[in-house]
Design a protein around this ligand. Structure first.
Ligand code: PMP
Ligand code: GLN
Length: 389
């Protein structure tokens, strides 16, 4: 029904604004380069300039020396890095702990590898007198500890989280890390929104916690980092003994990622490393811009009588739509979103798609909006929300 209707699209997570000029220019330079090799195959496990800068950049962020050849793998978007992890590390009957709400492919990728997803939902704690934030959704430590069994192979962490926008605190990460170490379990840490953290919150990388480097694969996305999701450049960073298995999957499925796109991301990261933490950094200006857009969308949603759950990070804001609720139905969020698209011309995503079958019904009163959009798009959404009220 999406294509039949002229809709303001706050559904899928992609920016409708342009990537920064310096990475676009780097891409064009690569295509027009005198070095004809820029338009040919490069190293299969990652274009040398890109793996070198990733090793340097993440070496700094993770506080350790990273070997560009053994400990970095470039993939077709973060998505392929996730796929390689599941195919390489999860065997038949292995249990994989997934924190809900979760980026939807984790469940299917775990199952495709023969694994059994084990779900644990973040629980919203009661809040009164102020706006709820993603920090108010917490894991129950005892429940989490109970999910670990002899068959647990990996925990999947998404920090900042899609769709909720939760940025896990150091204490929460320590809890997860201690359990991983105790039970000798791997951690897949999907950190594609690593630069999009708001209100001065700290983004802690779980790979930096004691005992975690050797069991963590950290996944990132050039698309999310430089607002160029169509370029599909991603990476996995982790210890050699784990990454070698991901490399085998990559080599025998995708083999190689687009050279010029990798060159552009390499040049972008090189520039960003030079100005890390300085006002001219894109990793400073982008989250500032997005925080402003987040606040603007949250205000429009609240004015329409819905309740925003203010995200601490990422591209998305989920809204509690209980106030609009009608008679009981199959899944309320799904019904509401279909009606919004066809009748109001505004697209969002029902949050139940980010839950397992066993927990969908409990969380059917939330819908997800993407705020990584031009101000003109947010104005159109605001107008629809005003009329809706
Ligand atoms: N992980 C999460 C949490 C995402 O939201 C997305 C969607 N962009 C991806 C991974 C995939 O990223 P990419 O576009 O780099 O493949
Ligand atoms: N991550 C984006 C979203 O959640 C894009 C979806 C995707 O890559 N499958 O909307």
């Amino acid at each position: 029904c999406f294509l039949q209707h002229q809709v303001v699209n706050l559904g899928q997570g992609f920016p409708d604004f342009s990537p920064p000029q310096f990475v676009k220019e780097a891409f064009i330079r690569a295509l027009n380069s005198e070095n004809s090799l820029m338009n040919q195959y490069t190293r299969g496990f990652g274009h040398p300039p890109l793996v070198n800068i990733l090793a340097l950049f993440f070496g700094k962020l993770l506080g350790r020396d990273i070997n560009a050849l053994d400990e970095v793998l470039v993939t077709v978007g973060a998505y392929e890095a996730l796929f390689c992890f599941f195919q390489a590390m999860v065997d038949d009957g292995d249990e994989v702990i997934i924190i809900e709400p979760f980026f939807d492919c984790y469940e299917m990728m775990a199952q495709m590898a023969g694994g059994r997803p084990v779900f644990i939902p973040l629980q919203p704690k009661p809040v009164s007198g102020r706006m709820v934030t993603s920090a108010d959704w917490e894991l129950d430590p005892a429940e989490l500890a109970n999910k670990f069994t002899k068959r647990t192979k990996a925990v999947i962490l998404n920090n900042p989280n899609n769709p909720l926008g939760k940025v896990f605190t150091r204490k929460e990460l320590e809890l997860i890390a201690d359990l991983c170490v105790k039970h000798d379990v791997l951690c897949l840490s999907d950190e594609v929104y690593e630069w999009l953290v708001y209100d001065g919150k700290e983004h802690v990388r779980i790979a930096t916690l004691p005992g975690m480097w050797e069991r963590t694969v950290t996944v990132g996305s050039g698309g999310k980092t430089f607002s160029a999701t169509g370029w599909k450049v991603g990476w996995a960073i982790g210890p050699k003994q784990v990454l070698r298995h991901l490399r085998t999957v990559h080599q025998n499925t995708v083999f190689h990622c687009a050279t010029a796109a990798q060159q552009a991301v390499a040049e972008g990261l090189t520039k960003e490393l030079e100005c890390l933490g300085k006002p001219e950094s894109y990793f400073i200006s982008l989250p500032q811009e997005l925080q402003r857009k987040r606040d603007r969308l949250a205000a429009s949603i609240n004015a329409a009588g819905l309740k925003s759950i203010l995200p601490e990070g990422g591209y998305f804001l989920i809204a509690d739509v209980t106030a609009t609720s009608e008679l009981p139905c199959e899944l309320y969020d799904d019904k509401l979103v279909k009606r919004m698209i066809t009748e109001q011309g505004l697209a969002a995503i029902p949050v139940s798609v980010f839950y397992s079958a066993e927990h969908k019904k409990e969380f059917e009163n939330y819908i997800r909006f993407c705020f990584a959009k031009e101000d003109s798009t947010l104005s159109k959404a605001e107008k629809i929300l005003q009329e809706w009220k």
